[in-house]
Write a protein that binds this ligand. Sequence first.
Ligand SMILES: Nc1ncnc2c1ncn2[C@@H]1O[C@H](COP(=O)(O)OP(=O)(O)O)[C@@H](O)[C@H]1O
Ligand SMILES: [Mg+2]
Length: 407
Amino acid sequence: MTAAIVLSAQTTALGIVRALGVMGVPVVVVHYDWRDIAQHSRYVVEKVSATHPEVDEEAFVATILKLSDRWKDAVLFPASDETLLIAARHKDLLNRHFQVACPDYALVLQVIDKRKTCLLAAAAGVPVPQTLLPTSVAELKEFGCMIGFPCLLKPAQSHLFFGHFRRKMFIADNQGTLLDAYLQACDAGLDMMVQEIIPGSDQEVVNYNSYSHSGTPLVEFMADHVRNAPLHYGSPRVACSSNLPGLIAPGRQLMRALGFSGFTCVEFKRDPRDGRFKLMEINGRHNLSTLLAVRCGINFPWLEYKHLAYGTIPEPHAYESGIYWIDMTRDIAYSLRNAFSERYAPASYLRPYLSPKVWAIFDYADPKPFRQRIRSLAGYMACNSGMCKHFKPRMVKQIGHEGPVLR
Ligand SMILES: Nc1ncnc2c1ncn2[C@@H]1O[C@H](COP(=O)(O)OP(=O)(O)O)[C@@H](O)[C@H]1O
Ligand SMILES: [Mg+2]
């Protein structure tokens, strides 16, 4: 059977590994971060340690190419933004040895760079939060006034910003904090955009996932965010499969506008002021809650694998709604840390745990990734609390400090 090679090894990657592993696909994992877990999965037939792709891109590509001796024609799955960019940039070369499960570079840039995504969506008639792209301090000041406060200063490329600031964006309450945040981002060499805040809780954030062929979604799946981490401007720690008819039109419009082939996860937020779904971002790769769709009846990595390896065109699938996906360690850690600010009623907090669900990482049949997650979390906490003077996480790139929230 043709193998799969998964690039990166965190929660998204683990979802792909398990989704393919249960179908009998031999899976190779290329890992490079001290927090990685997917390489420990029982479904992994070979794990390869690589230099971080943002530290040495050529070395990373060379590591992948070396795998062609043993895993010729394997399907290559980038499972993070940095590996998506690299796989797309070197797609022609990699395609000589493998089958790369990502769109062409020009298209990847449209989804990785949120400025391009917003422009494309607006041109396609998909609602977008009011967004302005400053190129100078003077413009920034003008745009802050136009959008009003509080507003968001969001990076064009999220993964680069996160590598520097360990957060997804800045929230600015006034001109002073907006300027301060902008200058910090400029110092780090990052392009930013000023964006209106769509009001409402994390439950208003939804995913439209699809597998498309030449701009036509063939298989669709939708989910609500239930709790995000951090609150308001984070990524899901609990999600729930759902059926949202109002999402289908904007989701399909975007895929058509992009002419997309492959898997995407599009995030929208329902704007309570007009009831419309406003675009947050497009992930041109598999997402954190891959295993939710699998649990509900749609195995996207398997559909993509069969399409690329054997030419089987995916057909529309029905799926089960009301199933939860829980990233237990993040959910519990954030809930403890923010017990007072989050204020979930106990019944609503516990509902996902008492309902039909799938865990993001925990799995009786495949326990090692969860054990590794606990181990690195415990080490990290001990390190931060000063309990352990000897624990030093093996970081392969400089991780920025967590600065104060600009409020
Ligand atoms: N304009 C906005 N208004 C309200 N919430 C937002 C806005 N932009 C982002 N968010 C919140 O922040 C989260 C992360 O933003 P996103 O653009 O998806 O960044 P990333 O690419 O890092 O995931 C979103 O899921 C959403 O909850
Ligand atoms: Mg997001």
